[in-house]
Ligand binder design. Sequence first.
Ligand SMILES: [Zn+2]
Ligand SMILES: [Zn+2]
Length: 189
Amino acid sequence: MEFAHDTQIVLAAAASLVNTASTETDVLDGQEAFDAWLDGQPYTGDRAHTEAERRSVRDLRERLAALWPAPDRDGEPDRDRTVELVNDLLDETDARPHLARHDGWDWHLHVTPRRAPLAHRIGAEVAMAVADLVRGDDLSRLRRCAGDDCDAVLVDLSRNRSKRFCDTGNCANRAHVAAYRARRARATG
Ligand SMILES: [Zn+2]
Ligand SMILES: [Zn+2]
């Protein structure tokens, strides 16, 4: 299955949001940090710049984390539970999918009006993107980083499903170094 460009962007942004929960300083704790983080994200439309907005995004972040397998469990997320969350989000956010073209982006899916609250826009877009995964039975593409001591979530939309490490840390690098050291220790042992 080929994934639409906007599906990829939305899922990557969702992973990025979920991963902010486990960084040393939470970008949702302060308005400035949150604004700076949001500037690097693909969301367009109105922003309230209020504490209430941050709170609603924080609530959403907790719910979106459930799209990924629990940190201590392998395997893929529960499909039926995911469907429940997707449908709840589409319902709560009053999703009305339509195609939009703006700011240099070609036609892509918008799920809520530009004036909808930020948490609704994020929630609805993630719900639509995850709906793609559910329909293609592709939920296993939402997984946890294979790095030691790393619980970051990732999205693997690669053709050969080869992505094992998150984008947040240096996990792929550290794993390669550890494997190299282990090989060398065996060789010289
Ligand atoms: Zn757009
Ligand atoms: Zn990692």
